[in-house]
Design a protein around this ligand. Sequence first.
Ligand code: ZN
Ligand code: ZN
Length: 299
Amino acid sequence: MNNYYEFLKVQPTASLAEIQVVLDTFYNQSRRLVTHHDPLVVQTANQNLLMIEQARATLLDPGKRADYDALLSLSSIGGLADSSMQPSSVPVMSPPMVPRAPVIPPTIQPGMVNNEAWVCSNCHTSNPVRTKFCKKCGNQLGRSCPKCNTLLETGAQFCSECGINVREYERELEIQTAEAERQRIIQERQIAEQNARLGIVMKASNDAMNFTKWGWIIGIVGSCIPYLNFIIGFVSLGLFTLGVVNAQKALRQSQQYGDQPYRSKARTAFILSVIPIGLTIVLMAAGALVLIGSAFQNP
Ligand SMILES: [Zn+2]
Ligand SMILES: [Zn+2]
């Protein structure tokens, strides 16, 4: 693994699209290994990810790639040119090399954590590492890692502490937040619907009980008033009927949390209304029979 091409196992003549595909494939492979149980595999995967980002920054930028290619050929030619001084020397590609041993490269690349200074993109002042705002112009230089809260250089792709891909992690967080919000709205809507149905049960059972109560009061008082008791009997019947209708309305609603007291109230109102309706009908029928009977006895 001497240079980015060898690292990625592509030809130096490979097209931008080809390199892109290889980078993406390699990136996905390495990313999967970051959670591997073997710490050695994890270490290698992290190093590969860093390397991939370096390669990406260099090879996908036509200008940088041209410089890099030039350096590559220079170093090989240089090796040959130097042969006058060191006849047996083997061409060594040194300047654009990537480290042989799997160590984290100290090179600073765009989109990576700078280990020496954070340069303000606005006024180009060098600030100490982990400076959140440029000391000269106040431009924001750092932002917190969404996972471990370490201050990272704005635009850093990977967290230097926990190793996450910042943008990807944020995207996942956004998805999770959106899903939580969706669940919250669904739940709120369910609660609202439940409250609306509970409201129907409450109102109908209260109405049922009131109609029943007044049916009884008017019925008892009316039965004591001579000549009017027949008419008042009809008023009471009407109130009891409304009591039954409302009680049924309350009981027809599907069961809700907290509606038990209202359901039993509706049941009581139902029974207290149905009994006098039956009783009144029986009494009125009996009264009518008595009237008819007396009419026959006194021609
Ligand atoms: Zn600045
Ligand atoms: Zn982090």
